[in-house]
Design a protein around this ligand. Structure first.
Ligand code: PLP
Length: 396
């Protein structure tokens, strides 16, 4: 009989030659437990998902309560389902006033797809602007606005009419004109290796969009829900988009995403044609119940408020001759070693020592640290001491 490890390689579609292939049997808080009895510190949160930690008791309780009532009943938007209404109302309450109409989906990529369609429909325009080294997902629309040709070449033709701008280059904003339906941007570029916007850049982008009647879309799939030290990264930069895209950290470990706009913009999906965007499972009641509980945890435990202090501690502890730069936006952290080989060696050494780190898609000289926001200061010290010890070992 084949082992689960063998069956994993045989029957689960493989997308990389060397998956981590840890066999996890349980997860709780900051920790993952493997089938061979090992305990791992999760420093990546399933890629910025488990902001409240794994299986937060209030999230699992909300899931249980909802399971006892109902699961899927009807395609999105037909029935009045309390978990969906509660989640949409909560989001409208914590977002700026213009972002008050919520379309629920299953993932970040789907939210990107919906937002791009919405912008085209509302403006009647077809051109789209996006940024070099941006990541917005892997479906055909979201891939079209991904700013990295190596990941796209094999899948062309993709969406036409996409123009790419350089992040943090205000000069490039002149390429936004009255033919452009929307500009999609991550307020902090994640997969590029945590690239923070320079002072005034997002404001200039907002102004340019106002001038040209172009909708500004913030993709906060990775930066949302406390990750950068505010509930949403846009609050750090004082810029409000026309559409915001959410997923990952929203569901407390359950799959749910959303794109949110004003009622006026969102109403474009109601006519010519009606049912302008359709999803069967979007806003699944169990996932929405989890998300409502998860957002309450972020608020009640004041998790976002702890992030800046924790970011400082990481900066203070991540000092080593091999570390060239530490780029942070809250607990979205890139440690730049200047060399892909060293990054690989460090990730491997840390894994052997019970610490899970990861790469960035578009920056192989840096490694990713994005722990659950519940991480304590003593856990940060422990994790950083493993990293520094492993760095010293690979330096020899
Ligand atoms: N947008 C950003 C900024 C992301 O980081 C991701 C995923 O990493 C996505 C969109 C796509 O989200 P999903 O993988 O849930 O489709």
């Amino acid at each position: 009989m084949l082992t689960e490890r063998q069956l994993f390689f045989k029957h689960l579609a493989q997308t990389s030659p060397d998956p981590l292939a840890l066999e996890i049997v349980k997860a709780e808080g900051l920790y993952l437990y493997s089938s061979d009895g090992r305990k791992y510190i999760d420093m990546i949160s399933g890629i910025s998902v488990s902001n409240t930690g794994h299986r937060h008791p209030e999230v699992t309780e909300a899931v249980r309560r909802q399971l006892d009532k109902y699961m899927h009943l009807m395609v999105y938007g037909e029935y009045i389902l309390s978990p969906q209404v509660k989640l949409a109302t909560k989001l409208a309450g914590i977002l700026p006033a213009n972002l008050n109409s919520v379309y629920l989906v299953n993932s970040g990529s789907e939210a990107v797809e919906g937002a791009l369609k919405l912008a085209k429909k509302f403006t009647g325009r077809t051109e789209i602007a996006a940024f070099i080294n941006a990541y917005h997902g892997s479906t055909q629309g979201s891939l079209s606005v991904m700013g990295n040709e190596d990941f796209k070449r094999a899948f062309r033709p993709l969406l036409p009419g996409i123009r790419f701008l350089k992040f943090n280059h205000s000069d490039d904003l002149k390429n936004i004109d009255k033919t452009v339906a929307c500009v999609i941007v991550e307020p902090v570029q994640g997969e590029a290796g945590v690239i923070v916007p320079e002072e005034g850049f997002l404001n200039a982008l907002r102004e340019k969009c106002n001038e040209t009647g172009t909708l500004l879309i913030f993709d906060e799939v990775q930066t949302g829900f406390g990750r950068t030290g505010k509930m949403f990264a846009m609050e750090k930069f004082g810029v409000i988009p026309d559409i915001i895209i959410l997923a990952k950290g929203m569901g407390g470990g359950m799959p749910v995403g959303a794109f949110v706009a004003s009622e006026e913009i969102m109403s474009s999906f109601m006519s010519q044609p009606a049912l302008g965007h359709i999803t069967t499972f979007g806003g699944h009641p169990v996932c929405c119940a989890a998300a409502v509980a998860n957002i309450a945890v972020i608020e009640n435990e004041k998790l976002a408020e702890t992030v800046t202090r924790k970011e400082k501690l990481f900066r203070q502890l991540l000092v080593h001759p091999l570390i060239r730069e530490v780029r942070c936006s809250g607990l979205l952290i890139a440690v730049d070693l200047g060399d892909a080989g060293k990054v690989k060696s460090l990730i491997t050494a840390c894994l052997v020592n019970g610490l899970i780190l990861d790469w960035f898609l578009f920056n192989d000289r840096s490694l990713r640290i994005a722990p659950p926001l519940i991480i304590t200061e003593s856990e940060i010290r422990e994790a950083c001491s493993v990293i520094i010890k492993c760095l010293s070992e690979i330096q020899i």
